[in-house]
Write a protein that binds this ligand. Structure first.
Ligand code: CA
Length: 224
């Protein structure tokens, strides 16, 4: 999952960046509103963490412009103090949730997880697909109750697909949402990760859609 992190205060930005990265997100940081706006309109993000007080363009303007342009990614705004005006204007401008500074990293992570789930119509923190369960809070994957050890890249591929059952996901989309750096990107490795997932989770039905990508197919009740 790919997160746009917009915060101009360097210490806080670094804390948030490392906290989100440790939680397994690919983080793209921005330190001003103009860059943030450009990134949000030109690249795909699963969620945005947006400070409101920003140089060059304030967070509310950034958010309003995105929404006017039809960009609907979930946005969590950070408000400087317990100012209800900021929250109301932020939500009116199209924010999905807010957090008042100071806050705990754990709360930010929980809210980001919930925003991403809601954007895909998933209510529970545990994603299920047949016998396979993925707990988005702990990053634990189980098959029939047994823990399955996945590498961080395998987990990221699975997490991305499980948030989008039945959708065809292209390799380039997976690459963009899984790798932090361009130089890591190699579309052949995606095939390797999918191959390993199929081996480790044999009941999971990851279909290859020729020329398009992959699709996690919901299992019918065959053989039950
Ligand atoms: Ca600020």
């Amino acid at each position: 999952m790919r997160i746009l992190l917009v915060e101009d205060e360097p210490t806080l930005r670094e804390q948030l960046r490392s906290g989100l990265a440790e939680a397994g997100y690919v983080v793209v940081p921005a330190d001003n509103g103009r860059d943030a706006h450009f990134l949000g309109e030109t690249e795909a993000f699963d969620a945005v963490v947006l400070d409101l007080g920003l140089p060059l363009m304030d967070g509310l303007t950034v958010l309003k412009r995105w929404r006017d342009q039809g960009h609907s990614m979930p946005v969590l705004i950070l408000t400087a103090r317990d100012n209800w005006h900021d929250k109301v204007s932020g939500i009116d401008a199209g924010a999905d949730d807010y957090l008042t500074k100071p806050f705990h990293m754990e709360e930010l992570l929980a809210r980001v997880r919930a925003l991403i789930r809601r954007a895909h119509g998933v209510a529970s923190a545990v994603l299920r697909h047949g016998e396979v369960a993925l707990d988005t809070r702990s990053g634990r994957v189980t098959a029939m109750g047994q823990t399955v050890q996945l590498t961080s890249h395998e987990y990221k591929v699975l997490d991305y697909l499980m948030h989008r059952p039945e959708a065809v996901v292209s390799r380039s989309e997976l690459i963009a949402h899984i790798y932090a750096q361009d130089f890591d990107r190699d579309s052949n490795t995606i095939e390797v990760f999918v191959g390993r997932l199929r081996k480790k989770l044999p009941t999971l039905n990851i279909e290859t859609v020729r020329g398009l990508g992959y699709r996690l197919v919901q299992l019918k009740d065959l053989g039950r």
